[in-house]
Design a protein around this ligand. Structure first.
Ligand code: NAP
Length: 351
């Protein structure tokens, strides 16, 4: 009979928080293992494939250290000639989300992180060593766990939305926007945050027109991103509007939408569109924890010590979007991943 392996640190999740905690734990010689998630259709639909939400985005303009734009003058004056080549692949190009994630993964692997392409389906935090049960079967034990499972896109919950998922309804423009069914067609994006305007402007690459449907009279998105959507001649913003029904049929998938109005002066309208993209926020990926860690009222994991990543169970730490309903940025997730790696190291050293 094979023995249950006992790990120092198991990191669950493979976004910027997971890889940053792995880099710190590996450099501290803790020999960490990362469960990066399983590659399944179920995870694809839920938006929980390995490498997290950044793998579903396009250009990342705000991760410090990966600038886009003209760098040549800077590089010539700031770096000695023999160091300029190092910057060449990204000089001026910026970085995309998938590239950034692959780089972080490789950085963690280079320091000795072991990576398992599977989900942790269940945990038992009632005893230490903690018990973890991967989807593929078996059990792993860990002295210390870092939960970095992120958050996934929300859906409106309409029956018609469910009916046309994968046939014109999507929660990820970057994953699905280039599909032939959306080319040169009118499309709808629902939401008013950064994700919605980012998706709307991204979709203008393929669509003839993008209708941004937002329930209020002003966008929540940051000014710079909102202005980009407002200025884009291919984006039409429908304020005070709600998606009431996705229209379509079995042969064609989505053919239109029925919009309602939150403003009594406006009537409901129908628009012919080939696709509907939801960008209405996220829910933290905590179901596998089965309530064993304390959460806030929105379901996000709670840090129990000020500016430390300790959760309600001693020896379990949380990093990234699964514990952050406020900043939700790649760089803040990476930062809290670093904190969790250091917290785990110190906890293992001192208890
Ligand atoms: P968000 O900021 O929470 O925005 C969600 C949007 O969906 C809001 O406009 C909200 O409307 C709307 N909404 C929520 N539930 C709805 C419902 N049931 N029906 C209709 N509309 C609904 O989420 P996000 O845009 O995904 O952004 C999350 C975080 O990631 C933010 O911190 C954002 O800055 C960041 N982000 C950054 C970038 C970037 O910098 N490149 C890109 C994407 C996301 P209300 O406004 O009325 O609440």
């Amino acid at each position: 009979m094979s023995e249950t392996p006992l790990e120092n640190v198991v990191i669950i999740g493979s976004g910027p928080a997971g890889w940053s905690s792995a880099i710190y734990a590996a450099r501290a010689q803790l020999n960490p293992v990362v469960y990066e998630g399983a590659i399944t259709e179920e995870n694809r639909m839920a938006g929980t494939l390995p490498l997290g939400q950044l793998a579903l985005t396009s250009e990342v303009e705000n991760f410090a250290g990966f600038p886009a734009g003209n760098l040549s003058g800077f590089l010539d004056s700031a770096l000695p000639a023999n160091r300029r080549g190092m910057m060449a692949p990204h000089a001026g190009e910026g970085v995309t989300g998938p590239e950034l994630m692959e780089l972080m993964r490789q950085q963690a692997v280079n320091f000795g992180t072991r990576v398992i392409t599977d989900d942790v389906a269940k945990v038992d935090f009632s005893t230490n060593p903690f018990r973890l049960f991967p989807s593929a079967g078996g059990e792993v034990q860990a002295k210390c766990v870092i939960v970095a499972t992120g958050a996934s896109a929300n859906w409106l919950g309409l029956e018609s939305e469910e009916r046309f998922k994968n046939r014109g309804v999507s929660a990820c423009a970057v994953c699905d926007g280039a599909l032939p069914r959306f080319r040169n067609k009118e499309l709808v994006v629902v939401g008013g945050g950064d994700s919605a305007v980012e998706e709307a402007t991204y979709l203008t690459k393929f669509a003839s027109r993008v209708h941004l449907v937002h329930r209020r009279d002003e966008l929540r998105a940051s000014k710079i991103m909102a202005q980009r959507a407002i200025d884009d001649p291919k984006v039409e913003i429908h304020f005070n509007s709600t998606l009431e029904e996705v229209l379509g049929d079995d042969a064609n998938g989505v053919t239109g939408v029925r919009l309602g109005s939150t403003d009594s002066a406006n009537e409901a309208t129908t628009i012919e569109v080939a696709g509907v993209f939801l960008a209405i926020g996220h829910t933290p990926n905590t179901a596998f924890l089965d309530g064993q860690l304390e959460t806030n009222e929105k379901g996000y994991l709670v840090w129990k010590k000020h500016f430390r990543t300790n959760t309600s169970v001693d020896g379990v730490f949380a990093a990234g979007d699964v514990a952050d309903d406020y900043y939700r940025q790649a760089i803040s997730a990476a930062g809290t991943g670093c904190m969790a790696g250091l917290d785990a190291e110190r906890w293992l050293a001192h208890g």
